[in-house]
Design a protein around this ligand. Structure first.
Ligand code: BJW
Ligand code: ZN
Length: 248
């Protein structure tokens, strides 16, 4: 699965970046968005993951996120999350970038992941214009609450289609992609931009790019190594190989 020369390069790498998508949480029982069994087989993303959808039917959108929060409260990180958390100790400089809003990386012990698409555990004022109020949202409530500051509705603190990514998070992610020695892209269909442009940048810059995904993606033919496997077992094997070689 991992050629010897790749392992040797990884042992020497100083700066590593990991970009994750919904597939990393699949082994924790959380559905991905696209593909068979994905959430968007059952529901239309344009009726749920856009500001227009929330404006039209805030209750419907809120209930979908509430159902996901309910499921996530019980979810546990899996082997993939654990190995990625351990990479912080292995590589001298390590940056975790995630598109996921579930915070399972943090539950596994990753210290400071860059959340490109926000967090389902945050909420913010949906007023037009917004008063800018943000809040932690762990308590489950069936209806979108009102902003304590201005009285407008509160919306999930995630990034929907057509919305810009958090500026600081994006700048940090781009910088990490430009400066890294190795870029891992794990469990993402690589269809959603601008997140998918990060591995594309790393590829263009001639970095070592390793994809882990049981399915082919638009990146598969372009990366240095495409590991066609589920993230948990592939990352567990990688950890074994790195630790064995590191102490050899
Ligand atoms: C496993 C596995 C296992 C299974 N192990 N793997 C350039 C070109 C075309 C379009 C655009 C473009 N630039 C911008 C756009 C528009 C749009 C976009 O990208 N659209 C495309 C889909 C066509 N992008 C945006 O709108 C973004 N904003 C933006 O560009 O702002 C600038 C702007 C502003 C104003 C006007 C114009 C521009 C924002 C994107 C926000 C995405 N939000 C969502 C919802 C978040 C909230 C929520 O969770 O509800 O983010 S959409 C959804 O997709 C979610 C994800 O983070 C994101 C990515 O999905 P991901 O993680 O890749 O999951 P899947 O399901 O797609 O794939 C799972 C993978 O796992 C699969 O490959 C499986 O094989 C694999 N897998 N089991 C490992 N065990
Ligand atoms: Zn407000």
């Amino acid at each position: 699965m991992y050629p010897k020369e790749i392992i040797e390069k990884l042992i020497k790498a100083q700066k590593a970046v990991v970009l994750t998508g919904a597939g990393i949480s699949a082994e924790s029982g959380i559905s991905t968005f696209r593909g068979t069994g994905g959430q968007w087989d059952k529901v239309d993303p344009m009726k749920l993951a856009t500001p227009e959808a929330f404006a039209k039917d805030p209750k419907y959108v809120w209930e979908w996120y509430e159902a996901r929060r309910r499921q996530l409260r019980e979810a546990k990180p899996n082997m993939g999350h654990d190995v990625i958390a351990g990479m912080e100790e292995f590589f001298p400089k390590f940056t975790l970038i995630t598109q996921n809003v579930d915070r399972l990386h943090q539950k596994a012990g990753s210290r400071n992941p860059i959340e490109l698409h926000g967090s389902i555990w945050m909420a913010r004022c949906a007023g037009i214009p917004s008063c800018g109020e943000w809040e932690d949202r762990h308590e489950l409530v069936n209806l979108p609450p009102q902003c304590p500051h201005c009285g407008a509705l509160v919306r999930p603190g995630v990034v929907w289609f057509g919305e810009g990514l958090p500026g600081e998070a994006w700048a940090e992610a781009e910088k990490a992609a430009l400066e890294c020695d190795v870029f891992f892209v794990i469990g993402t269909s690589a269809l959603v931009h601008p997140a998918a442009s990060l591995p594309e940048t790393a590829i263009q810059k001639g970095k070592l790019v390793i994809e882990i995904n049981p399915e082919e993606t638009p990146l598969s033919g372009l990366v240095t190594l495409s590991v066609r496997s589920h993230a948990g077992p592939a990352l567990e094997l990688l950890r074994e190989k790195l630790l064995a070689n590191d102490s050899a």
